[in-house]
Design a protein around this ligand. Structure first.
Ligand code: FEO
Ligand code: CA
Ligand code: CA
Ligand code: CA
Length: 722
């Protein structure tokens, strides 16, 4: 989530250490008084230098300096790519600042759906000057994030067309066929796209925080959309506007609270004394798919919508105490929704705050299914989830908490997964055990690998013996502190590798990881004091090379977790660092790309701020970035992109750029169609802060840039990566 990137000289001290939770924009990592243009100039001259070098003597010199014995089996990107076990033969895309999407030469894209496109019956066409809450509620929402694809068999389509709901027969049908069809070609599909947050200044010509009509539009522009998409003969994917599967769940849709916190007094409000139904889901960032074909969508930075937490402290000290580790700012919120809708005013009904910060499950195949907040998975800033069935057939859910110095979690269900009866899996997420990760040094210090343990977050853990279950599930961060979890550099997306079973975690950056080793330096972040020194799993405290002032981990890294026994139910694991992001040509970035000894010589692309992840069926990890334009003080200044890196074999670490995005826009989603002949991603906040001045999608005539879902294809129909 990048946010609020009006282009102006920022100041390092502009935000307190923990304010990233409300404005996680990466511009705050620029050095003082450094203008946007100067970052761009520097990035462009670096690139010209490298481009010149790539065909000249420098490249040759760099190349021959690598000792042959230490080189991987092959020396060029092309020969790695032609590894017969790997499909990655595409031509690397150069980092850039183009106004439109850039792809390898044999690729094309089409826009599937844009902010404001009508997706429900009767919804009006988008009109930037006439948007209302009602019109927005029937249209595709703002700031597309999570993107998931699921096959839509014709028979299921017919059931919904005739009956309107899935019913027992439909449930059995999906249960039987989903596992088989999910990795195959399908002419029609259902997709979920999250709408993470709104940027009023990029939605309204005259944005007024707290304006009643505009707040109404913003609330309806949140949540997520479920849409049917159809594949055209030329390989494009198009929105099926009249599909009965199309659906909006917004910031006002009733969502059922399930699991241990359902009905608990901490979740009861004046509006909902039962504590079981909350209006809306907010800040839905990433998510994941269950093996039985339901979607999980994650509430992340929900704190920014609430105002007057200071008065909660005075009025309801219990609620305040439970939320000191995930507190919204005191006083009015920046959006001022609380002036229009009292549920966002914590001086009025503080327990409303306890009803956000969860993982939400929805069944895309049943348009009548209610979305459910699964409280057993804990409450924090859930970025996304990765799922895997354990050796004893339970379901494990990995999830990261995206804030500086926060943690990586795992939930393991009590019940087992039914491979036949899909309906029987519907309560698996309501009963189980939550764990949090501690990353240890292992046998050797400093080798960027080690061992780890999943620490139980329940009253069975002696450290939490005087907590209640409700306290642990509401104040999950606080419980994880007590259990002894390892603070990480902003855990973003998390994915299970389909070939190896390894779990990959994107750690996007942490500018406050700037303590001198051995100094005992600490910072106050998210309501607690934490060491700001590097640790082995978050090893960088300086990526600028500026010895006068450490600037933290600006570019992020990717950690691989290998569960012991390759069992998602294990309580111990091994870990290593797959990638330390940055520009491999800039020594100060201290990068690492798997096993690659000379990344520049073999064509590794610069990358920063890894955010969302997906795997292809060969086990390659696809990564989209958020904020690399603003990543650090040396080297970057390019649009966000999509990258792919082999996770095994001789090319492990040979990361190359596949797609370059548009100015101001982070890239979310990434996802494949079942046959991997289409690649989907969301372009979030294109031309951020300048959405009325520069227009993307190119050619759109509605006068404003629109966050959109795109579909990418290889023009002759080959698998993505070819
Ligand atoms: Fe919404 Fe952590 O990105
Ligand atoms: Ca994200
Ligand atoms: Ca080690
Ligand atoms: Ca993902």
């Amino acid at each position: 989530m990048q946010q609020n990137t009006n282009i102006q000289p920022p100041h390092p001290e502009w935000l307190a250490d923990d304010e990233i939770d409300t404005v996680p924009g990466t511009k705050h990592r620029l050095i003082e008084n450094e203008l946007f243009e100067s970052v761009l100039d520097r990035a462009m001259s670096r690139r010209r230098f490298l481009q010149g070098a790539s065909t000249g003597a420098l490249a040759a010199a760099t190349f021959v300096m690598v000792p042959n014995a230490l080189m991987p089996q092959t020396a060029s990107a092309q020969s790695y790519g032609s590894d017969r076990n790997n499909r990655l033969t595409f031509e690397t895309v150069e980092p850039g600042n183009l106004a439109d999407i850039d792809l390898p030469p044999n690729y094309a894209y089409n826009v599937v759906v844009r902010w404001g496109d009508p997706i429900l019956p009767g919804a009006p066409a988008f009109d930037v000057d006439k948007q209302t809450a009602t019109s927005q509620a029937g249209q595709f929402g703002f700031n597309a994030d999570l993107v998931l694809w699921a096959p839509l068999p014709r028979l299921v389509q017919r059931i919904i067309d005739v009956r309107g709901s899935l019913g027992g027969f439909g449930q059995r049908l999906i249960g039987l066929y989903y596992p088989y069809l999910k990795d195959r070609s399908s002419r029609s599909a259902l997709m979920i796209v999250n709408h993470e947050y709104t940027s009023g200044a990029d939605m309204f010509r005259n944005y007024i925080p707290g304006d009643q009509e505009q707040v109404g539009v913003e609330i309806e522009a949140h949540g997520f959309s479920i849409i049917q998409v159809d594949r055209m003969d030329n390989g494009e994917w198009r929105l099926a506007r009249r599909s009965r599967f199309n659906r909006r769940v917004t910031g006002s849709t009733p969502v059922v609270i399930t699991g241990p916190l359902a009905g608990h007094p901490f979740l009861q409000t004046a509006e909902d004394p039962s504590g079981t139904v909350v209006r809306g889901t907010l800040n839905n960032c990433a998510g994941g798919k269950t093996p039985w074909g339901t979607y999980l969508t994650c509430e992340e930075n929900f704190d920014q919508y609430f105002g007057y937490f200071d008065q909660t402290r005075a009025n309801e000290p219990d609620v305040a105490a439970l939320n000191e580790r995930i507190a919204p700012p005191a006083g009015a919120s920046r959006r001022k929704w609380e002036e229009v809708d009292r549920r966002f005013d914590l001086s009025s009904d503080a327990t409303e705050y306890n009803r956000f910060g969860y993982v939400v499950e929805i069944d895309p195949y049943d348009p009548t299914a209610k979305p459910k907040k699964r409280t057993a998975l804990g409450r924090f800033k859930h970025e996304g989830v990765g799922l895997r069935v354990t050796a004893d057939n339970r379901i494990a859910v990995y999830s990261g908490d995206d804030a500086r110095f926060e943690y990586v979690y795992k939930f393991v269900s009590k019940g087992t997964v039914s491979r036949i009866n899909r309906k029987a899996n519907s309560d698996l997420f309501d009963d189980g055990t939550l764990y949090v990760a501690r990353f240890d040094t292992g046998a050797v210090a400093g080798d960027e690998m080690g061992t780890g343990e999943w620490l139980e977050l329940s009253t069975n853990n002696p450290a939490l013996a005087d907590w209640t279950e409700a306290e642990i599930l509401i104040n999950t961060r606080g419980a994880a502190d007590v259990a002894g979890a390892t603070p990480m550099d902003r855990p973003e997306d998390i994915e299970v590798n389909p070939v190896s079973g390894s779990v990959f975690v994107a750690l996007t950056n942490n500018s406050r990881r700037d303590g001198v080793v051995g100094s005992g330096a600490t910072r106050i972040v998210n309501g607690r004091e934490v060491s700001s020194e590097p640790n082995e799993s978050n090893p960088r405290n300086n990526t600028s090379g500026d010895g006068s002032k450490l600037n933290g981990n600006q570019h992020g890294h990717i950690v691989e977790i290998k569960e012991d026994g390759n069992d998602a139910g294990a309580l111990t694991f091994k870990w290593n660092i797959l990638v330390k992001c940055g520009d491999p040509a800039v020594a100060e970035h201290d990068t690492r790309f798997g096993n690659i000894i000379d990344p520049v010589a073999v064509g590794v692309s610069p990358i920063a701020d890894p955010d969302n992840l997906v795997h292809d069926s060969d086990g390659n990890l696809w990564i989209s970035t958020d904020g690399q334009f603003f990543s650090g003080s040396v080297g970057f200044g390019q649009n966000d992109g999509v990258f792919v890196v082999p996770t095994a074999g001789p090319g492990r670490g040979l990361l190359r750029q596949f797609l370059s995005g548009v100015p101001g826009g982070e890239i979310c989603g990434p996802e494949f169609s079942g046959d991997e002949r289409a690649f989907f991603c969301a372009i979030q906040h294109p031309n951020d802060g300048q959405a009325f001045d520069k227009i993307w999608p190119i050619g759109d005539r509605d006068g404003v840039s629109k966050p959109s879902l795109i579909a990418v294809r290889e023009v002759s129909g080959k698998r993505i990566g070819s």
